[in-house]
Design a binder for this molecule. Structure first.
Ligand SMILES: [Zn+2]
Length: 455
């Protein structure tokens, strides 16, 4: 429906337009997109059309080239308008109305050039949010006001054009990442980790643009399954609670698609973007494998219907991205003499193990930090800890410093603790001057004794 509308608008624009992209677009019938897979050329046209038509929500950029020089197109989709009422700095398009940083979701497709359904799923996710926004769908509007989607639909454009798994150097790009590279029985991992321009560009984007992503999905085709880390080891990942929660929730609400750790669910594999995304970047990651019945083309079934269930799983993962990390809320923090007691709730579905409280003076000099504590996923902790070396100052402030997930590589965050939940026990206030008063009394008595001795 949305596409038809766009096509009609474009047709009317065509009368005055001289853009070759628009001309080519109008010449492309709907069936090319709905019943056939994208080539690099048709994808390039579609992405540029989106960027031209919806600049309010679509940023299109080139984040590298394939080995043969084709562009790696990156779609960034969010509501980029600056809604910030707080007169915030440039870049406020990355923030929500309440001043919090938007959630970030990273998606790629097309590592393997012959896995067209997976690549199309990445395209359909982008299309769902762009057309949904254009059609005024509330779910989509809400998501794009709070979330940035970064989608690289076709990583291996050279392989896609040749319809092969490999890139032009005959490398399996999904064995070429810098996480235990070439330590499994895998074929064609390349001459070194990130030897290929495609994987190198992808890792640079992860590290430089979306290091704070709270979801990374890489899309493939073969076995109908979703795979979470690890591929390298049979053991469950450190954040198994989060992965198991997602598995159970998807099964209860959306789809029966099997969801397993990659090593056991498929076979041991190393140097994958999924294990890199989790083990090095600390993201929650899934390899989303569509089924392998991708060559049944020319049927009446549209791709958007064909992959409807998979798209529903993606909508769920994106809509709930706020929960795919630890979310500590300090309910109260009470300072009682040389002890601190605190009540901390974790609203997220990931646990955190190495949290600390920090105390700063008004110039942000760190004056004190607590010992470590942990809070399990969707749980709460009542913490009691030593505060012997803590001395309060005027206008000091508190933060809680923790990792978003348990895995070592996961990002650290530091969040302010609302002043209103800090309780300085009045008894300790009265008690605090007492030692010096006591010392004063002793010195008076000592002085009296001394005088007496003199007398
Ligand atoms: Zn694949």
């Amino acid at each position: 429906m949305g596409r038809l509308l766009v096509a009609m608008i474009l047709t009317s624009l065509l009368i005055t337009s001289t853009s070759p992209i628009v001309t080519a677009q109008v010449g492309q019938p709907d069936i090319v997109q709905e019943h056939w897979y994208h080539t690099y050329a048709t994808l390039t046209l579609d992405l540029n059309e989106w960027a031209d038509d919806y600049p309010e929500i679509v940023n299109l950029s080139v984040v590298g080239q394939t080995e043969m020089g084709r562009n790696l197109w990156m779609l960034q989709i969010s509501d980029w308008n600056c809604f910030d009422l707080l007169n915030s700095s440039p870049g406020c398009e990355h923030y929500k109305l309440d001043g919090e940083r938007k959630e970030v979701v990273y998606i790629d497709g097309g590592h393997h050039g012959n896995e067209h359904l997976g690549t199309e799923l990445a395209f359909l996710v982008a299309e769902y949010y762009i057309e949904g926004w254009a059609n005024g769908e509330q779910e989509v509007i809400d998501v794009l006001m709070s979330t940035e989607l970064h989608i690289l639909i076709m990583l291996n454009a050279d392989g896609n054009d040749f319809d092969t798994r490999w890139n032009v150097n005959q490398v399996d790009l999904n064995r070429n990442y810098g996480h235990y590279w070439n330590t499994c029985d895998s074929t064609q991992p390349g001459s070194a980790a990130f030897s290929e321009s495609e994987t190198l560009a992808n890792s640079i984007y992860m590290n430089e643009v979306v290091p704070h992503a709270d979801l990374y999905i890489t899309m493939h085709t073969g076995v109908w399954i979703m795979l979470y880390p690890w591929g390298k080891w049979p053991e469950q990942p450190s954040d198994w609670e989060m992965f198991h929660f997602i598995r159970d929730d998807v099964h209860a609400k959306i789809s029966d698609i099997p969801i397993r750790n990659a090593n056991q669910g498929l076979y041991p594999n190393c140097g994958t973007s999924r294990d890199y995304g989790y083990g090095v970047m600390g993201y929650p990651t899934f390899t989303f494998e569509t089924d392998d019945e991708q060559f049944l083309l020319g049927t009446v079934e549209a791709l958007s219907d064909r992959l409807g269930e998979e798209l529903d799983v993606m909508r769920y993962l994106i809509q709930d991205v706020w929960y795919w990390r630890a979310r500590l809320i300090v309910e109260n923090l009470e300072i009682k003499g040389e002890q601190i007691s605190a009540h901390v709730t974790n609203l997220g579905h990931a646990s955190t193990a190495n949290a600390t409280f920090h105390y700063y003076d008004m110039n942000s000099n760190l004056l004190w930090h607590s010992e470590n504590f942990g809070v399990n996923a969707t749980n709460e902790s009542k913490i009691s800890m030593d505060a012997t070396n803590l001395s309060l100052v005027n206008d000091g402030f508190w933060t809680v410093h923790y990792q978003k997930r348990v895995i070592d590589s996961s990002q650290w965050v530091e969040e302010h603790i609302n002043q209103s939940v800090i309780i300085v026990n009045p008894a300790s206030k009265v008690f605090l001057p007492a030692p010096s008063l006591f010392i004063y009394l002793i010195s008076v008595i000592t002085a009296a004794i001394a005088r007496k001795n003199i007398l």
